[in-house]
Design a protein. Structure first.
Length: 127
């Protein structure tokens, strides 16, 4: 249990911190301006943060499961495609993705997944 729960919780914490830092500090203006151009208000209420916390936990669990079948690099690549490419395709299709943020979001999201997988593999039985 220690080799499952702890890695998942620490990975969830890392993902949450990474998401918050990227979207609230580094890229917030891009999000807000894009939403304003659509006549919308960028959702940043506490409930939105809670949902992102749940997303972070689900993503960490998914990465953990994938890491049991694939090596470090494969887990990172598969996880990044599942977590980010799929999300960006959906929100891009809904026209709420500010494409201008991708120059920073892509490398930072890859780093996010890389570190999350590192945490999972370092602290779990799979290394």
């Amino acid at each position: 249990m220690k080799k499952t729960i702890l890695p998942i919780l620490l990975s969830t914490l890392w993902i949450s911190i990474s998401e918050f830092t990227r979207n609230e500090f580094l890229l917030k203006n891009g999000w807000v301006e894009h939403y304003q151009s659509l006549g919308l208000i960028f959702p940043s209420e506490p409930i939105n943060g809670a949902v992102w916390g749940i997303w972070s936990l689900v993503f960490a669990v998914l990465l953990f499961v994938i890491s049991q079948k694939f090596n470090f690099i494969e887990t990172t690549i598969i996880g990044w495609f599942i977590g980010f490419i799929m999300m960006w395709l959906v929100i891009g299709n809904l026209m709420v993705l500010p494409f201008g943020i991708l120059y920073a979001a892509i490398p930072l999201s890859i780093l996010e997944v890389f570190v999350a997988v590192f945490i999972l593999r370092k602290l779990s039985a799979k290394s």
